[in-house]
Design a protein around this ligand. Structure first.
Ligand code: CAA
Length: 394
């Protein structure tokens, strides 16, 4: 990890997260996966360490960390348990940031301290059964009725939707004028106690099985008018802007999953003997390890370069998509190599690498598929080339 020049604070948070992950997360990650069990006690422990308020400023009781510290912590948590990392990434990068950046004072005061303390877990509801990659085509409607909005529709793939107390939901407020398209979408703060809020389908997933994924049906769900976030009609921009940050979190999660597979493989190679010697002595296996380690370091370096740019206040849409694309494809590739190194033992649940491979897959899908990341990168690169007369040093 020597390539990154970390400050004392960054090293401290990295150490804190690593010690916690090794002590508390790694030992039970397999059991949680087998039982598909969301571990609320684990959330409480992480909240006590401040991990639920990593990006919330101190004035709202958060840690107020810089982006790199946050991502270092997420990586360590993901090494221990990828499901803990996705819970932290969604909560820290999306709902809390949307309230912080686009909410009003009253909303910040009401929600952020409780979210920082982990009393309230945040979720993000953008996708719908018919609107995944094409987020702007979402159909959930919000119609104003006096001092309420009435929401009708179905939100899909909501991470920990049944465990969350605060759900940032995108819905169409301009239902009359089809030409307004994505401009007619607004953001609302939902809570599960609202009339007409129903948790329906819980998905039976290939990986990240300890992180529940829910469908939410809004059936004449009456939402107080003061739950509208920011300006009416800006909801899609808020959501996609927040995903710039969310995607860095998923990239950190992917680096962590890949590292868990690399560390397990390095241990296994020295223990497993074939043809009279440890398989670590065979170059075919050494080369796999070398490629795994190189790609992980490249992914982490890209991620932290993007995070540093974000910290400087630069627009990171392109680099965040690059980091997400590269880190998640790295995680999938590295975990597949790990299963191969373990051979038959990699294919059974006695060892953790099959779980790492299953967990890695979804990182190429959620918060924008690899194909969507490539679209974003291509668009942004073309725009940058046009603005810079075709010269693109980075
Ligand atoms: N930051 C700020 N605003 C942005 C933005 C960004 N990065 N990207 C787009 N916008 C704005 C645009 O400027 C535009 O605003 P105006 O209408 O005011 O001009 C508006 O948002 C719509 O943008 P586009 O015209 O570019 O929209 P599009 O329909 O052509 O496609 C897309 C955009 C890139 C394909 C986008 O829909 C996308 O990213 N899709 C993937 C959706 C996604 O990532 N979903 C993740 C679900 S959440 C999840 O998985 C969380 C979880 O639980 C783990």
């Amino acid at each position: 990890m020597g390539l990154l020049h970390l400050t004392d604070t960054q090293q401290e948070i990295q150490r804190l997260a690593r010690d916690y992950a090794q002590r508390e997360l790694t030992p039970l990650a397999g059991e949680r996966d087998r039982e598909s069990r969301f571990d609320r006690a684990m959330i409480t422990q992480m909240a006590e360490l401040g991990f639920l308020g990593m990006l919330i400023p101190e004035q709202y009781e958060g840690l107020g960390l810089d982006a790199q510290s946050y991502l270092l912590a997420l990586e360590e948590i993901a090494v221990g348990d990828a499901t803990a990392a996705v819970t932290l990434s969604v909560h820290n990068s999306l709902p809390t940031q949307m309230i912080l950046n686009f909410g009003n004072d009253a909303q910040r005061q009401t929600y952020l301290p409780r979210m920082a303390r982990g009393e309230w877990l945040g979720a993000f509801a953008l996708s719908e059964p018919e609107a995944g990659s094409d987020a702007g085509s979402l159909r959930t409607q919000a119609v104003r009725d006096g001092d309420h909005w009435v929401l009708n529709g179905t939100k899909a793939w909501v991470s920990h939707g049944n465990e969350a107390q605060v759900i940032l939901c995108m819905a169409r407020t301009d239902t009359a004028d089809a030409r307004r398209g994505s401009k007619g979408i607004s953001t609302f703060i939902l809570t599960p106690d609202l009339p007409g809020f129903h948790l329906t389908k819980k998905e039976n997933k290939m990986g990240l099985r300890a992180s529940p994924t829910l469908q939410i049906v809004l059936d004449n769900c009456r939402v107080p008018a003061d739950r509208l976030v920011g300006e009416e009609g800006k909801g899609l921009t808020y959501a996609l802007g927040s995903l710039d940050h969310g995607r860095l979190g998923i990239a950190a999660q992917a680096v962590g999953i890949a590292r868990a597979a690399l560390e397990a493989s390095a241990r296994y190679m020295t223990e497993r003997k074939q043809f009279g010697k440890a398989i670590a002595e065979f170059q075919a296996i050494q080369f796999k390890l070398a490629d795994m380690a190189t790609r992980i370091t490249a992914a982490r370096t890209l991620l932290h370069t993007a995070a540093a740019a974000k910290e400087r206040g630069e627009r990171v849409t392109r680099f965040s998509s690059m980091a997400k694309l590269f880190a998640t494809e790295t995680a999938m590739w590295v975990t597949t190599q790990a299963v191969q190194i373990y051979g038959g033992y990699g294919y059974v649940t006695d060892y953790p690498v099959e779980r790492h491979m299953r967990d890695a897959k979804v990182t190429e899908i959620y918060e924008g598929t690899s194909e969507i990341q490539r679209i974003v990168i291509a668009r942004e690169t073309l725009a940058a080339a046009a603005a810079a007369d075709g010269s693109l040093p980075d």
